[in-house]
Design a protein around this ligand. Structure first.
Ligand code: NAD
Ligand code: DAU
Length: 339
């Protein structure tokens, strides 16, 4: 099978490429990535020499570049490429609309022109908004995005749906919860807290820390994607979650305990505007249709993740230098401490 992966130099994309090359010794993969601040070829050093892997630097908004890179006979296009960080979308939404909306339409047009057999849109549970203290997101939940990031991903879903209905394209939409694991850029909660705690820096928790996320270890998600892209039904949505709801405070306290660091590193800081209170996914459909189950518990996945960050100090050093320092100062430098 020939796969065309966009955004493969980011967190989930790089884990997915490594996973698929290992799981399917006869598959070839083209990784098409713009290498924004979040794209990092160091994430794929161990596979870059494989004759079954090829990297192309390019922007998904650039139709001629996508057409040039898309090989005849591509079986599946998996679109991970996106601007992905909610806080950055609150700072400036335009790059999110450009890549996450326009870029998806360009990919759909290119995929149709090249006769790509299947198009997999990597979406997110955030398109469904925020839950109260009970209930779960399912494939039937309405789109109710609350951040510019979530709104751009919801718009992308609608374009993908329209391509299916209008042109009969074979498309799938996959909505996952919060992924964590190796190679995640330390702007997101878990790698930020691990790398700060390792350096004895303060751990900034937004608001009261009782917001809930539903965590999935990235390799479990990659296994689910493997099943979905092979066996999913055209035009369907699939929600993937590991039934692992935790409050942010619980997550941070567990990281501190596993690292043997003091609770006094915690700082409660000014909340994120429009902060979604709770995400929780009902993954019954993927469990029922594909027999998928996560292999990691939240605790075992977090142990593996921490061990990876501890063993990869040079990677951490490189990503925490340069643009990251300015970002950190902008995001946290003047944020009010509330407790
Ligand atoms: P990431 O931010 O780590 O990586 C994004 C990648 O996309 C980077 O390599 C970047 O260079 C590339 N990219 C950005 N704009 C591009 C463009 N215009 N053209 C080509 N490449 C471009 O992202 P991630 O956390 O790995 O998320 C991957 C996908 O999964 C995204 O679509 C995201 O919305 C979705 N998702 C992520 C999570 C999560 O917890 N991380 C959960 C659910 C869904
Ligand atoms: O649910 C899937 C989504 O998960 C993906 O679509 C997004 O791409 C991904 O960024 C993530 O969004 P979140 O906003 O949930 O993730 P983030 O890691 O930014 O934050 C997780 C929770 O932790 C959220 O409630 C905000 C809180 N938080 C985050 C940071 C960075 C803090 O309390 N302090 C922080 O410094």
């Amino acid at each position: 099978m020939k796969l065309f992966v966009t955004g493969g130099a980011g967190f989930i994309g790089s884990n997915f490429i490594r996973y698929m090359l290992g799981a399917h010794p006869d598959y070839t993969i083209v990784n098409f990535d713009k290498l924004t601040y979040a794209g990092n070829l160091d994430n794929l050093r161990d596979v870059e020499a494989s004759p079954r892997y090829r990297f192309v630097r390019g922007d998904i908004c650039d139709l001629s570049a996508v057409l040039a890179a898309l090989e005849e006979g591509t079986d599946v296009l998996v679109n991970f490429a996106a601007e992905t960080h909610v806080d950055r979308s609150i700072e400036e939404a335009a790059p999110f609309v450009r890549t996450n909306v326009l870029g998806v339409q360009v990919l759909l047009d290119a995929a149709r022109a090249r006769g790509v057999a299947r198009f997999v849109q990597i979406s997110t549970d955030e398109v469904m908004g925020s839950l109260g203290p009970t209930g779960y997101f399912t494939e039937e939940s309405p789109l109710r995005p609350n951040s510019p990031y979530a709104a751009s991903k919801a718009a992308a879903e609608l374009l993908v749906r329209a391509a299916h209905r209008t042109f009969g394209m074979d498309v799938l939409i996959v909505r996952a919860g919060n992924n964590y694991g190796p190679y995640q850029f330390p702007e997101k909660l878990i790698p930020l807290m691990i790398t700060n705690a390792m350096a004895d820096l303060p751990l900034p928790i937004y608001g009261d820390g009782r917001h809930v996320r539903d965590w999935i270890y990235v390799e479990d998600y990659c296994r689910a994607l493997d099943l979905i892209l092979h066996h999913g039904r055209a035009g369907e949505i699939y929600c993937v979650g590991a039934r692992a709801e935790r409050t942010n405070l619980e997550v941070v306290e567990l990281i501190l305990a596993l690292l043997g660091k003091p609770r006094s590193l915690i700082r409660f800081v000014e909340d994120r505007p429009g902060h979604d209170r709770r995400y929780a996914i009902d993954p019954s459909k993927v469990e029922r249709e594909f027999g998928w189950r996560p292999l990691e518990t939240f605790e075992s996945g977090l142990r593996k993740t921490i061990a990876w960050y501890q063993a990869n100090g040079a990677w951490v050093e490189r990503v925490r230098s340069g643009e990251y320092r300015q970002y950190y100062e902008r995001m946290y430098g003047r944020r009010r401490v509330i407790g």
